[in-house]
Write a protein that binds this ligand. Sequence first.
Ligand SMILES: NC(=O)N[C@@H](CC(=O)O)C(=O)O
Ligand SMILES: [Zn+2]
Ligand SMILES: [Zn+2]
Length: 359
Amino acid sequence: MGVAELFPAERQEAKPVDRITIRRPDDWHIHLRDGAMLKAVLPYTAAQFARGIIMPNLVPPVTTVAAAQAYRERILAALPAGMDFTPLMTCYLRDDTDPDEIERGFRDKVWVAAKLYPAGATTNSHAGVTDLNGIAPVLERMERIGMPLLIHGEATDPEIDIFDREAAFMEGSLIPLLGRHQGLKVTVEHATTAEILDVVREHRSRCAATITPHHLVINRTHIFQGGLRPHLYCLPVAKRERHRLALRKAATSGEACFYLGTDTAPHVRGAKEASCGCAGVFCGPSALQTYVQVFDEEGALDKFEAFASLNGARFHGLEPNPGTVTLERRPGRVAEAVSVDDTAVVVFRGEETLPWSVA
Ligand SMILES: NC(=O)N[C@@H](CC(=O)O)C(=O)O
Ligand SMILES: [Zn+2]
Ligand SMILES: [Zn+2]
């Protein structure tokens, strides 16, 4: 007699869960831009998330306490009446960042973290850091005051194959940095490789990774499916299928070191559909629908709240949000594109009918 006959109840098909209610989630990686773009995209993020880390890669970047305060005010002014969203600001690190300015903004609760863009690694990163050793005094200060470092983890040497840049950064910069600054809290943003997930796990007492919705559903082949798909191009670029599977496993594992960060990164249509198109996927409007679909497909809906609403808050020393959001298995569409001035930003999965909707 097999196990199945001994335990007949286990053979019954579990009734699929069609609704899930979780604490209101947060998005720990957002590009809101500024001006008309900010006004156009903010409502989509505020509709899904209670709080969010606002990335500082404006032109010029947000490098001072005063600039972060002013940007936060512009975000709050752009928030439609009746919506509630708390922007958590960040400081863009440069070679000449002053440790005292970093500490002042953190103590005054203007910013909650600093963002490391290796110079040239991604959109608006040219003013970023050219030499990690050069900012050791800043990192030592952050370590001392408990301020997290958020990292775009890609090597910048143009000779390095674009699909290897996260791995090269991991070996050449991230692992040494974690060794040099053993108390520094570090988030690896938009993780895209299996190997970096293991490095995060090894340092999980003070290291975490955000995982985007798009990296959970596309691999590098999708970018070329039937022709070049510029709206699927972002940095770090999507990798091979085995990496996508590792990301799905990590996100849905319930491990506290993995949490939600969409990297929603709007660029107007003309900047994406171009001979030299910008990197960034505008996934804000379909983010929760995509994440919950992945958790459902992986049989891990019970782990969704930890990923979306608890792990990130814990890493940043914040309470989870009051209030809840409900998602349901109901086919639905999100906007295909969002208008900005006389053009638009194309929405990730905006042309699809999604199996899950926000109730
Ligand atoms: N992810 C992207 O491809 N682009 C982001 C920058 C970033 O997060 O690296 C952007 O600001 O457009
Ligand atoms: Zn990035
Ligand atoms: Zn980003």
